[in-house]
Design a protein around this ligand. Sequence first.
Ligand code: HEM
Length: 493
Amino acid sequence: MAVTSALILIFVGAIFLWSLLDRWKSHVLKRPPSPLKLPIFGHLLHLTPSLLDPNKLKIKWKFMVDFMNNNYKPPYIITHELSKQYGPLTNVKFGVNNSSIIFNNGKPYREIKHFTVKNLKDFGFGKKQNMETAVEDELVDFLHYFQQTTLNDGPRTIKMEHMFTLPVLNILWIMVAGLRFSYDDEKLHRLIKVVEEISKTHDIGGNILMAFPGLRFLFPELTGHAHQLRLYSKLHQFFRDIMHMRLAENGFLQFDCADTPRDFTDIFIQEMNKRKKVNGNESQIFTEEQFIMVCLDLFTAGAETTANTLDFAMFYLMLNQHVQKKVQAEIDEVIGPNRLPRLKDRHMMPYTEATLLETQRMCNVIPLVHRVSIADTTLGPYNIQKGDVMVMNTYSIHMDERIWGDPHVFRPERFLDKDGNVNNLPSFMPFGMGKRVCIGETLARHTMFTFFTAIMQRYSITPAEKYKVPEVKPVKGYTLNPEPFYTYVQPRF
Ligand code: HEM
């Protein structure tokens, strides 16, 4: 007994000593302060969902907070000031895949990002006229589907769970592959399931692989890595089929660049052929694999984010009837009941716009943005080493009392100035910031405005009586989404 107690004491003492030494080393090396670190486990104990709680964050993840407390300035100001002193802070490495956009860096990243944004524009990506057509065409079908759902699922009570994923995926499909799925297409529903499951397997708050990536090789099933790979391979196959179908089309390989491409897939194949002519089969970029990776980026980054934000908008408006009434009054005044909302209405509808901004501030579908330092550097008083992962916690910025006063209150007015115009608040950054800012912002904003406004124009929503209203607690994954909820839908006319 005494021996066991002594061994335990020695073990605990050794851990304590190790932690003290580590702290001292960090201090001498001017590393950013961090919570208590344990041998082998590092900071794993702190990598819990509390990562998202700004109050706990204040105690546990003191770096940015300490940094700001001396003379409090919001992080975006600090980043801006430091970049003047230290050079471009956004020139950092993020990931290791040199085919995709999201996990790519340097020249290959710039090349594929530029190509994608430039060429998707011709098919509706952020270009006013084409984008409007793609979004509005989808809206007509969605409204029909929405109406059917309200009638079929009990008397005007509907379950809100990924209601918007389907139309958002369709809008992306049109631009990428010129295809639309019907709303009961099995294949589309399978695709949606896979995209959703992939998001869930990337729980950024508490996934053990975030702390010990090496475990995936030792315990592929136990850590969920094998499951992740199976999901990804389904998605890969989906995009591979698209490309193969195109390549199989008569004479496509001889497709002349002067011909009119129908969508992003055509453009990509043209570029592949061009590069092949110059480099033979040696080309590392514009390959079939790269096409798959870029599609993966667009669908995983674009679908859930936009659709989840729309789900949240419904949720907040169901709970905030006074906001819903104001939005509807504005819709009635600017659009009326007889036509669908259009892009040009947006600038005449500041309250509706502010409501969507407030939704984004509160829902934080992408709560954390990661960067990896590409070189040893200093940030303020701290040394940052090459390979250090830095996390921008947009959730804590959007929910910081010092910036917003009453962050937990849903109040669109905070985004309006005294004349009722929309205020661009610099501490609001749902699409990230800097060189890696979201490429889909324009499309996402337009899609959200059109779908949200069209629903509010036609229906009023209130909590469904016999169902419990879920807590305002997002479900975690790579993106956040609200818990499924039931709402009572009343047609307005
Ligand atoms: C409400 C909807 C959306 C939100 C909140 C959102 C948010 C974000 C955020 C926070 C980032 C990271 C920015 C950074 O690292 O600083 C990002 C990157 C990205 N987003 Fe979005 N996004 C949305 C919609 C879309 C759409 C519709 C697409 C495309 C179809 C898209 C494609 C991308 C891509 C490709 C990147 C990586 C950009 C790069 O690394 O250079 N996003 N998004």
